[in-house]
Design a protein around this ligand. Structure first.
Ligand code: NAD
Ligand code: UDP
Ligand code: UDP
Length: 343
C-alpha cells in the first residue's frame, strides 16, 4: 500500500514515488516482537536467511540475547529492548507479533502483566500496523479452546474457557488479542493473519520454563525423575519449532486471514511423552507423579485441514525425530560444550 520512502516521510516531497537513492533495499523490513524468545528467534533466523531486514523488539522477560546474538553485527538485524505495552514508532512492512510469555509458569508469574501484554501490547502493534500500512500476524494459541469439548479442535470451535481461573490471563488475553486483530481488520482495513499455535518444542526453549517437554528433557539429562502431573493421561500434540516457523511464514505470505491451527496432530498422553523421553535419553529415567495444576486441559489435538488446504502446510518432523535435536541443544546448555555428543 505504502512505499518504504512514504513510510519514512519522504513520500509527499517526492511525487514520482521513486525511492530516494540510498534507501533502495532488497527484501522486506520486518519487526518480530518477542524475537529474542524461543519461537521468535527461530523465525528471525529464517527471515534473515531469506534476505529480509529484521527488527527484534523484546523486553527480555523470558527471551535471551543469546538466542539472537549470532546476528549481532549484521546490518540487516536490529535489536530493541522495549516493552510492547508502551507505544512504539517504527516503519516496517510486516509485523510478527509474538511478544508474550508462553509457559504457564511464566504467564502466571504476573497475570496482570500478561493481560496487559496481550491486550495493550497487541493494541499498540495493531496501531503501528495501521499507521504504516504493515501486515500484522498474531501468534494466538490453542489455549483459546480452553478445556475443549470438541476433539480434535477445528478453528470454528469457540472454546470452553474459564474466565476467572489462573490460566485466564493468558487464554482470555489471547482471545481479546484475536478480537482486537479482527476489529482492526474490519474497522481500519489492517491486513491481518491469526495463527493458533499448539504446543511447540525445540532448541532454545528456556531450560527451566516449566513446560512439559523442557521439564522432562532437562530432568532426564540431569538424572532426576520425570515429573508427571496428575495421572499423566491428559494429552497434548507436540510440534517441532521448524514446522511452526514454516507455517507462520506461509500464513504471513498467503492470502488468508485465518485463524489457522498450526500444530502437529500426533497426540500423546504425558505418560507416553515420558516414554519417548526415556527412549531418547535414558531408559532408566524414573517417573514421579505430582498433583496436577488447576484448570489443566484434559486433551488437545489440532485439526489442521484448513492449513493443509489453504496454506499447503503440514508438519514434517515427528516427536521421535524432533526430540533428539532439542536434546543436543539442552545437553550443551546444561553441561557445557565438552559433553556434546556424549550420553
Ligand atoms: P517465549 O517466552 O520463549 O517468547 C516470548 C518472548 O516475548 C520472549 O522473548 C519475551 O521476553 C518476550 N516478551 C514477553 N512479554 C513482552 C513484552 N511485554 N514486551 C516485549 N517483549 C515481551 O515463548 P515462545 O514459546 O517463543 O512463544 C512465542 C509466542 O507464541 C507467544 O505469543 C506465545 O503465546 C505463542 N505460543 C507459543 C506456544 C508454544 O508452545 N511455544 C504455543 C502457543 C502459542
Ligand atoms: N501506536 C503505536 N505505534 C504507532 C501507532 C500507534 O504504538 O506507530 C499505539 C498508540 O499509542 C495507541 C495504539 O497504538 O495506543 C492504538 O493506536 P490507534 O491509532 O489505533 O488508536 P488511537 O491512538 O486513536 O487510540
Ligand atoms: N506437565 C507434566 N509435567 C511437567 C510439566 C507439565 O506432566 O513437568 C503436564 C501439564 O500438567 C499439562 C501438560 O503437561 O497437562 C502440558 O503442560 P505445559 O505446561 O507444557 O503446556 P500447556 O499445554 O498446559 O500450556
Amino acid at each position: 500500500k505504502f512505499s518504504y520512502a512514504h513510510r519514512l516521510g519522504f513520500g509527499s516531497g517526492n511525487p514520482t514515488g521513486k525511492i530516494p537513492l540510498g534507501l533502495k533495499r532488497k527484501g522486506l523490513r520486518i519487526v518480530v516482537t518477542g524475537g529474542a524468545g524461543f519461537v521468535g528467534s527461530h523465525l528471525v533466523d529464517r527471515l534473515i536467511a531469506r534476505g529480509d531486514s529484521v527488527i527484534v523488539v523484546d523486553n527480555f522477560f523470558t527471551g535471551r540475547k543469546e538466542n539472537v546474538m549470532h546476528h549481532f553485527g549484521n546490518p540487516n538485524f536490529e535489536l530493541i529492548r522495549h516493552d510492547v505495552v508502551e507505544p512504539l514508532l517504527l516503519e516496517v512492512d510486516q509485523i510478527y507479533h509474538l511478544a508474550c510469555p508462553a509457559s504457564p509458569v511464566h504467564y502466571k508469574f504476573n497475570p496482570v502483566k500478561t493481560i496487559k501484554t496481550n491486550v495493550v501490547g497487541t493494541l499498540n502493534m495493531l496501531g503501528l500496523a495501521k499507521r504504516v500500512g504493515a501486515r500484522f500476524l498474531l501468534t494466538s494459541t490453542s489455549e483459546v479452546y480452553g478445556d475443549p469439548l470438541q476433539h480434535p479442535q477445528k478453528e470454528t470451535y469457540w472454546g470452553n474457557v474459564n474466565p476467572i481461573g489462573v490460566r485466564s490471563c493468558y487464554d482470555e488475553g489471547k482471545r481479546t488479542a484475536e478480537t482486537l486483530t479482527m476489529d482492526y481488520h474490519r474497522g481500519a482495513g489492517v491486513e491481518v493473519r491469526i495463527a493458533r499455535i499448539f504446543n511447540t518444542y525445540g532448541p532454545r526453549m528456556c531450560i527451566d520454563d516449566g513446560r512439559v517437554v523442557s521439564n522432562f528433557v532437562a530432568q532426564a539429562l540431569r538424572k532426576e525423575p520425570l515429573t508427571v502431573y496428575g495421572d499423566g493421561k491428559q494429552t497434548r500434540s507436540f510440534q517441532y519449532v521448524s514446522d511452526l516457523v514454516e507455517g507462520l511464514m506461509r500464513l504471513m505470505e498467503g492470502e488468508h486471514v485465518g485463524p489457522f491451527n498450526l500444530g502437529n496432530p500426533g497426540e500423546f498422553t504425558m505418560l507416553e511423552l515420558a516414554e519417548v523421553v526415556q527412549e531418547t535419553i535414558d531408559p532408566n529415567a524414573k517417573i514421579e507423579f505430582r498433583p496436577n495444576t488447576e484448570d489443566d486441559p484434559h486433551k488437545r489435538k489440532p485439526d489442521i485441514s484448513r492449513a493443509k488446504e489453504l496454506l499447503g502446510w503440514q508438519p514434517k518432523v515427528s516427536l521421535r525425530k524432533g526430540l533428539p535435536l532439542m536434546v543436543s541443544d539442552f545437553r550443551q546448555r546444561i553441561f557445557g560444550d565438552h559433553k556434546v555428543g556424549s550420553t
